[in-house]
Write a protein that binds this ligand. Structure first.
Ligand code: BJ8
Length: 426
C-alpha cells in the first residue's frame, strides 16, 4: 500500500490507533480469507479492495470531494443510493463490524447496546474510520430503538447528521410516509450538493444501483450449485464491499467473478466437496470486518450458501423499476422498492420468514442458522417465531446470539458442529 499518512492526518484520524486497527484487520484477513482453499481467481480483486480499504478508496473519495462531489454516509439499507447518485454524490455504508474502542463507546452508550452500534461509536470516538471522517452528511434512520436514540448522541459528534424517519408497519399510510421522507431527503441532497435531481439523473442513478444489485443477485443464484463454487465468507465479503466500492467497478468485478463461477459449476469445481452441509444464515447484518460466524461455520465442515440479511439478499434482492416520466413517478418506484425490505423493525413482518423458506429451497440448503447480535431486540424477538415456523416447515434451525468478541467462539463452534451432526442424521 502507498503511504497515505498525510491523507489520514488531513482527515483527522488518530494515526496510532488507526495503524493498530489496520494491522489487526490485515492479520484477520490473511488468517480468515487467504487461508481458504481453492478460491476463485476473481476474488483477487476483492483482496485488493480490502488491502486498500483505507487507502485507495479513501483517496478516491477525497479526490471526488475536491471535485465538488458530496459524500453521503449511512447505516441502513433504507437510505436510497439512487438518490445520492442522482445528485452526483457518493454513497458509503458506515456500519462497523469490529470490537474497537468499546470502552470509549460505553462512556456514551449503555453497556447493553448491540455491537453494531457500539462499534460505530467506537470508530467515531477513536477517530479511526476514514469513511466516516470523509462524509459531508451522515444519515441516521429511525429504525430500532437502539439506533434511534444513539443518533441523538451521535449528532453533536459529526459534521452534519440528517435524520430520516421510517415507518414500522406496512400499511398504505406507511408507504406514503416513506415517500415523504424520501422527498425530504431529496431536498437535503439538493441543498447540500447544489444540484437538482432530474428525470435523467435519477434514471441514471437507478440504473447504476440496479446493475450492482443484478450482479450480486447473479452471484446469489450461482450459489445454488453443489459443490458450492464460492465460499460463504467470500460471498459475504462481496456483499460488504457492495457498500463502499465504486458502483461501476464493483459491478464489473462481480460479473467477471460470476463468469468464472459459471465455468466452475460446469466443471464441478467447488470450494468444498459435493454433499458438504449447506446452510443459510438469517438475521442481523454483518458489517465489515465481522466475519466471525461464517468463519466458525466454514471451519466446521459446512458451507454457507446464502445470507438473508441486509448485507445480503434483504439488501439487494429487489430492483427499482424504472417506471415514470417525472421525478415524482420515479420516486414512487423507489418507494415501492424500499418498502419491500422486511427488516425486523416492522410489525408484523411475515414476508421475512417466507423468504428464508424460499431461499432454503432454491439454494438446496440443509438448514438455517438464525444470527442475532446480543441486545438486538428486533431480531432476537423475531428469532423465536422464525425458528418455530422454519422447523414446522421441515427446515432445521439453529438460533445463535453473539457479539463481536471472540470469547464465545469455542462454544459457538461446538453448537454449530452439533447442528451439523443433526443435519447429517436426517
Ligand atoms: S433495514 S436490519 S440495516 S435497521 S443489530 S442496530 S436492528 S439493535 S441493523 Fe438494520 Fe436497516 Fe433493519 Fe437492515 Fe438495531 Fe439490531 Fe443493532 Fe441493527
Amino acid at each position: 500500500m502507498a503511504d497515505y499518512t498525510e491523507m489520514w492526518k488531513s482527515l483527522g484520524l488518530d494515526l496510532e490507533s488507526h495503524d493498530a486497527l489496520l494491522a489487526g484487520l490485515g492479520k484477520a484477513y490473511t488468517d480468515i480469507f487467504l487461508s481458504q482453499k481453492n478460491r476463485p481467481e476473481g476474488m483477487k480483486y476483492f483482496d485488493f479492495v480490502m488491502s486498500e480499504v483505507h487507502g485507495l478508496r479513501i483517496k478516491e473519495l477525497v479526490d471526488a470531494k475536491a471535485k465538488g462531489k458530496k459524500i453521503i454516509g449511512s447505516y441502513c439499507v433504507f437510505v436510497p443510493e439512487e438518490l445520492v447518485l442522482a445528485v452526483d454524490g457518493v454513497a458509503v455504508g458506515l456500519c462497523a463490524g469490529a470490537e474497537f474502542n468499546f470502552e470509549g463507546a460505553e462512556t456514551l452508550l449503555p453497556r447493553n447496546t448491540c455491537s453494531l452500534i457500539k462499534s460505530a461509536f467506537g470508530f467515531k470516538l477513536g477517530h479511526v474510520c476514514p469513511y466516516l471522517e470523509s462524509c459531508d452528511v451522515v444519515v441516521g434512520e429511525n429504525t430500532c430503538d437502539g439506533k434511534k436514540k444513539a443518533y441523538e448522541i451521535l449528532g453533536p459528534l459529526v459534521k452534519d447528521l440528517y435524520i430520516m424517519d421510517l415507518p414500522q408497519t406496512k400499511t398504505p399510510k406507511s408507504k406514503e410516509l416513506l415517500k415523504e421522507e424520501y422527498r425530504k431527503f431529496i431536498g437535503k441532497l439538493e441543498s447540500v450538493s447544489g444540484k437538482k435531481i432530474t428525470v435523467e439523473s435519477l434514471k441514471k442513478g437507478i440504473e447504476a444501483v440496479n446493475a450492482k444489485r443484478k450482479a450480486v443477485k447473479r452471484l446469489a443464484a450461482l450459489r445454488a450449485a453443489d459443490p458450492a463454487p464460492i465460499s460463504g465468507l467470500d460471498s459475504l465479503l462481496i456483499n460488504q464491499v457492495f457498500f463502499h466500492d465504486d458502483p461501476a467497478r464493483f459491478t464489473e468485478s462481480v460479473n467477471k467473478l460470476c463468469d468464472e463461477l459459471e465455468v466452475r459449476i460446469k466443471n464441478n469445481v467447488g470450494v468444498a466437496p459435493k454433499g458438504t452441509t449447506r446452510l443459510v444464515i438469517s438475521g442481523c447484518p454483518m458489517a465489515v470486518p465481522n466475519w466471525k460466524l461464517p468463519y466458525l461455520v466454514e471451519t466446521s465442515n459446512a458451507v454457507i450458501v446464502g445470507e438473508e440479511s441486509c448485507v445480503g439478499e434483504r439488501g439487494t434482492r429487489w430492483l427499482t423499476e424504472i417506471k415514470g416520466n417525472t421525478v415524482d413517478e420515479l420516486l414512487d418506484a423507489i418507494t415501492e422498492r424500499y418498502f419491500n425490505i422486511d427488516c425486523a423493525i416492522f410489525t408484523p413482518n411475515p414476508s421475512r420468514v417466507e423468504y428464508v423458506k424460499e431461499m432454503t429451497k432454491k439454494l438446496h440448503a440443509d438448514g438455517v442458522i438464525h444470527y442475532s447480535l446480543q441486545f438486538c431486540q428486533p431480531y432476537i424477538m423475531e428469532s423465536g417465531p422464525v425458528e418455530k415456523e422454519l422447523e414446522k416447515s421441515g427446515i432445521p434451525t439453529l438460533r445463535l446470539e453473539t457479539d463481536y468478541s471472540q470469547e464465545d467462539a469455542g462454544q459457538l463452534k461446538t453448537r454449530i458442529e452439533a447442528f451439523g451432526e443433526r443435519l447429517k442424521k436426517r
